[in-house]
Design a protein around this ligand. Structure first.
Ligand code: ADP
Ligand code: MG
Length: 253
């Protein structure tokens, strides 16, 4: 049975998609079978992994809204062992279209249950909001990985995310755990980064990953080539750290 991980933080630009794509690709690189699920209407994980959005006929929208089976929308990527359920801008409508539907929060969970045994890890890239799409992701997941950008106000907004996690635990998914907190985009040249690390560690303690993701230009370039860092530039610092993270995720069980 694959482990299902939601990569969530309602703040935009904190590294959710970068982490989803590159953690997924690095897990695949070390031999795990991985399914990346894009639940952001922006579809950045979809294009970042090399899927041309204009050529996607069915996406996660069809699974959530029209009961299409997950297996029918899974696409192979250019990375061995890595598969994706893409998202297109069509998904933007789902947030509203799902509101009056039956069991609107458990649709992703039910869909992924059908394919779960075919993968070691299912990684869900969440949109930057705490709406129905993120609720579906949290309800479907075993645990949530929270990327936190190393900047001022890093912890701002996290209490809102954590209270959403508690609500989901209470009403929708009592087994949901916090997988870990990942510090991202550290600029090692500033003291601010060090202060943020200390602050986040004080708050989340042993939940903070040992691996810290630095700012790395290669990580920001890779998506425009439709490749994860591990194939785009396997010798880069970005590839090294996401590989470290993949190993840490595996060793945490
Ligand atoms: P989110 O999905 O949370 O909105 P992204 O993963 O899309 O965040 O990251 C926001 C922007 O920052 C993107 O342009 C991405 O390429 C860039 N980025 C993310 N992580 C890094 C990093 N470690 N180093 C440099 N650029 C990064
Ligand atoms: Mg994103």
């Amino acid at each position: 049975m694959g482990k299902i991980l939601a990569i969530a933080n309602q703040k935009g630009g904190v590294g959710k998609t970068t982490t989803s794509v590159n953690l997924g690709a690095c897990l695949a690189y070390i031999g795990k079978r991985v399914l990346l699920v894009d639940t952001d209407p922006q579809g950045n994980a979809t294009s970042g992994i090399g899927i041309e959005k204009a050529e996607v006929d069915q996406c996660i929208y069809d699974v959530l809204v029209d009961d299409v089976e997950a297996k029918d929308v899974i696409k192979q990527t250019s990375v061995e062992n890595l598969y994706v359920i893409p998202a297109t801008i069509q998904l933007a409508g789902a947030e509203i279209e799902l509101v009056p539907t039956i069991s609107r929060e458990v649709r992703l969970k039910r869909a992924l249950e059908e394919v779960r045994d075919q993968f070691d890890y299912i990684i869900i890239d969440c949109p930057p909001s705490l709406g129905l799409l993120t609720l579906n992701a949290l309800t479907a997941s075993d645990s949530v990985l929270i990327p936190v950008q190393c900047e001022y106000y890093a912890l701002e907004g996290l209490s809102q995310l954590l209270s959403t996690v508690r609500l989901v635990q209470k009403h929708l998914n009592q087994d949901l755990k916090i997988e870990g907190v990942l510090l991202t985009m550290l600029d090692a040249r500033t003291n601010l980064g060090i202060q943020v690390i200390e602050e986040v560690k004080k708050y989340f303690q042993d939940k903070v990953y040992k691996t810290i993701i630095p700012r790395n230009v290669r990580l920001s370039e890779a998506p425009s080539h439709g490749e994860p860092i591990i194939t785009y530039d396997s010798k880069s610092r970005g590839a090294e750290v996401y590989l470290d993270l993949a190993k840490e995720v595996v060793s945490n069980g």
